[in-house]
Design a protein around this ligand. Structure first.
Ligand SMILES: [Fe+2]
Length: 351
């Protein structure tokens, strides 16, 4: 389990750690690393100018060798130079099932949530009022949730960095209790001449830096936000739709490996995730081009999904809910034979 938090203590001021243990046992300390980012690491406006806000220090600790599905207690702390410890509040989580474990596993997946003002105040680009419905419903139902995936378009800070603080504070009751996995969306990553596949300005100059620094994911390189994750009976192959995924790219090779190396006898559920719709959607902006997905997406990836018998693919970006039959090359195919993939759009998180 990974615990990440933000503080005002740099490494010269205090030593960050997490105290943790199984309930009733003697706690241990896991040291945390400390990173931050500067204005110069961002790509443009407004993130580098009027939207800039110092992000403080971001600490991450890894809690290892957990017993599957056991309840653990933890508390963040900072040891100051005089030996005094500044403590966070006590929290708890349930350790994940081991890969292949057969047990009840409840997964919540959505995209495009954002944040809103609790008191109804206006804020710049205030277009996610419904996010509070999702956040509050998740908090209410947390005892019935094992893991959450927020698959891109996360805070909609769009280069106004204080909005990341607002967002992370708003979802903290969720993220401090269950794993909160993210994917990278256009509002995290896209900016002209910054290496993103799409050249829009949707990240407001952030070009992925705040998101990939604040949220740890098991990626090889932080900016290449694709990763594999095993969780009980599931394997999740999370793509980064904002970097090139076409055949011949590094990401395509990763996806082939991720989808192809799972033991389906133990992990029967193979799930593909991406922010933009790489499969099927009737979103209006695809319709303008007479299309039902991002250009070139299915031509590149549908062979992979079929070859590796992907069960379900989830996307955000389109702010609605849609679900197909098991489909291959635009036709429904018989259910249960691994010939088609069910494509689900879950971009109705609140934006
Ligand atoms: Fe999006």
């Amino acid at each position: 389990m990974t615990v990440t938090w933000t503080s005002g203590y740099g490494i010269s001021e205090a030593h960050p750690f997490v105290e943790w243990g199984m309930k009733g046992s003697h706690p241990v300390h896991a040291p945390a690393d400390t990173v931050t980012f500067g204005r110069e690491s961002l790509c443009g406006e407004p993130a580098r100018s009027v939207g800039w806000r110092d992000p403080g220090f971001i600490h991450t600790a890894f809690l290892k060798n957990l017993s599957p599905e056991k309840e653990y207690y933890y508390k963040i702390g900072h040891t100051l130079h005089d030996g005094k410890v500044v403590w966070g509040k006590p929290k708890s989580f349930r350790a994940p099932p081991y890969p292949g474990q057969k047990s009840l596993q409840r997964v919540v997946i959505f995209g495009d949530m954002g944040k809103d003002e609790r008191d109804g105040s206006n804020e710049y680009q205030n277009y996610q009022p419904a996010s509070l419905n999702t956040t509050d419903a998740l908090i209410r139902d947390l005892d019935n949730t094992d893991i959450v995936f927020h698959i891109g378009d996360i805070s909609y800070a769009n280069g106004y960095l204080s909005q990341w603080d607002q967002f992370t504070q708003q979802v903290e009751p969720i993220t401090s209790r269950v794993p909160y996995m993210i994917a990278s969306g256009n509002h995290e990553r896209d900016f002209p001449n910054s290496g993103s596949l799409y050249n829009g300005t949707d990240s407001g100059g952030e070009c992925g830096v705040p998101a990939e620094t604040m949220y740890y994911a098991p990626t090889e390189k932080r900016d290449n936000f694709w990763y594999s994750m095993d969780y009980g009976m599931f394997r999740f192959c999370v793509a980064d739709s904002e970097h090139d995924w076409r055949e011949g790219t590094e990401q395509y090779r990763f996806l082939d490996r991720c989808l192809g190396t799972v033991d389906r006898a133990k992990q029967p559920w193979l799930v593909f995730i991406a922010h933009r719709v790489l499969g099927y959607s009737s979103g209006f902006f695809y319709g303008f081009d007479g299309a039902f997905a991002e250009p070139m997406a299915r031509q590149s990836l549908e062979g992979l999904w079929r070859r590796h018998r992907v069960d379900v693919a989830f996307y955000g970006h389109v702010h609605q809910y849609e679900r197909t039959c098991p489909v291959y090359e635009e036709r429904c195919v018989p259910d249960g034979h691994g010939q088609g993939t069910v494509h689900v759009v879950v971009g109705g998180g609140g934006s």
